[in-house]
Design a protein around this ligand. Structure first.
Ligand code: G4P
Ligand code: MG
Length: 176
């Protein structure tokens, strides 16, 4: 399947619509936790609408010793996480729900620090068989858009943003 590319403006509109759904819900988060690095820019965009402080965690998938499948590894974690997040309502933000491996790992880590509640917002969820699960501690799960299992090209990964945007304009309107 061909990659699906998004412009900054398209992402902004997805975030605006996603934030509107979050605000219309009964869930009122106290803090955003962004999963880096893909979740950093989406979290900052969501902050424009929800006006909440952002904490960040850095997690990456790596192939560990005697492990054939990649497993998540902490690159950076919130200092004094227990004091910062205990008793808080967290909105965990990432750009894409792909295999769910990183997402599940991160949710379980955060849940172990006794937040009051935990919800998840992703820009895009891929319709595919998942390796991870969304643990039952998660009270809300929001996806900006449901997409097929294709590679998503985000504008922040583009070295030449004009070429990235030109490519989007030249594509047939087959994008969701
Ligand atoms: P998930 O739990 O959120 O589903 O993520 P998963 O572990 O399956 O994803 C592994 C890495 O691949 C993640 O980056 C994720 O952001 C990235 N990824 C998955 N699908 C896509 C895609 O379609 N497009 C792009 N651009 N990235 C994708 P990571 O290893 O956590 O690192 P980082 O890039 O966020 O720093
Ligand atoms: Mg990521």
């Amino acid at each position: 399947m061909d990659p699906i590319a998004f412009s900054y403006n398209e992402i902004h509109k997805t975030v605006a619509e996603l934030a509107a759904r979050i605000m219309a819900s009964a869930y009122q988060p106290d803090v955003i936790v962004a999963i880096g690095s893909g979740g950093f820019i989406p979290a900052r965009m969501i902050k424009t609408f929800l006006k909440l402080p952002i904490y960040t965690v850095g997690i990456s998938l790596y192939v560990g010793e005697n492990v054939t499948l990649p497993v998540p590894k902490k690159i950076q974690w919130i200092d004094e996480v227990e004091q910062k997040l205990a008793g808080k309502k967290i909105l965990l933000v990432d750009e894409v729900d792909d295999s769910r491996t990183t997402l599940e790992y991160c949710i379980r880590e955060l849940a172990s620090h006794h937040p009051a509640e935990l919800a998840v917002a992703v820009l895009h969820n891929k319709d595919k068989e998942k390796r991870g699960v969304i643990p039952t501690e998660v009270v809300h799960y929001w996806a900006g858009e449901e997409l097929p299992d294709a590679w998503i090209k985000y504008p922040w990964d583009a070295v030449d943003i004009e070429a990235h945007d030109r490519m989007i304009l030249s594509l047939p309107s087959s994008q969701p």
